[in-house]
Design a protein around this ligand. Structure first.
Ligand code: HEC
Length: 212
């Protein structure tokens, strides 16, 4: 019985020594029993791409973020690129080639009227003659432009100026999407420049209308 006891003590001691001494990795760190808990197998957006799960197979990927830059020419959802440059040439080109992307309708004019009251009226005024509150209170210089029948200004140039701004007028592309900019032009042309709505009228019931 005593012999058995001695043996079991010896076995316990040896097992303890083995288990303690085996608890070391070559690098001196404690072993990882569940490496997935330490190193996520999924790609993490802002983590070094070469560090995936501790594997460093491809050196060219070291210090490269997983989040990649979009390929050249990528545009964000809902954004329509505007092809004319912010220059005199771009302005003239837009005047020659750019026409309304949406049909003139009572709805587009009504929407334009609403937007005009929010974004433009304080300068261009309720009559479109530059009698906005900022001008009347003399906090902004008199406008060199009056929207009326005698104004010869192609819609493409109007769109260009609203997009990029012109001289003292600021750019409005960040506040108004392209459709809204066209709606504003429809309102200005029909209301102040007396363009006939029938010039490009399309039945609003027809949803397959292709832009002019
Ligand atoms: C802070 C005052 C101000 C506001 C706000 C403003 N404009 Fe203007 N706008 C001007 C001035 C000044 C000009 C004249 C620019 C020039 O030709 O020197 C102008 C010119 C224009 C022109 C003629 C551009 C051209 O090519 O000759 C259009 C069209 C126009 N504005 C539309 C709008 C619309 C639409 C809005 C509202 C979204 C608006 N503006 C808001 C000051 C303003």
């Amino acid at each position: 019985m005593k012999k058995y006891l001695n043996n079991s003590i010896k076995i316990t001691v040896v097992a303890a020594v083995i288990s303690f001494s085996s608890c070391k990795e070559k690098n001196g760190l404690a072993p990882e029993y569940m490496p997935d808990m330490y190193r996520s197998p999924s790609l993490e957006t802002y983590v070094d791409y070469g560090e995936l799960r501790g594997k460093q197979g491809n050196d060219s990927l070291r210090n490269v973020l997983n989040a990649r830059k979009p390929v050249a020419g990528t545009i964000h959802r809902g954004f329509s690129p505007y092809p004319y440059a912010n220059s005199i040439d771009g302005y003239n080109e837009a005047g020659e080639k750019l026409t309304s992307a949406i049909p003139y309708t009572e709805q587009s004019v009504a929407k334009g009227r609403e937007l005009y009251g929010m974004f433009c009226v304080h300068c261009h005024g309720t009559t479109g003659q530059g009698d906005g509150s900022l001008i009347e209170r003399e906090v902004f210089p008199p406008l060199p432009i009056k929207f009326n029948e005698n104004l010869v200004l192609p819609e493409g140039k109007m769109f260009h100026s609203i997009t990029y701004g012109k001289n003292l007028m600021g750019a409005h592309a960040s506040q108004l999407n392209q459709e809204e900019r066209w709606q504003l032009i429809h309102f200005i042309r029909v209301e102040f420049m007396k363009q006939a709505l029938t010039a490009n009228i399309v039945s609003t019931a027809d949803t397959n209308v292709v832009a002019k």
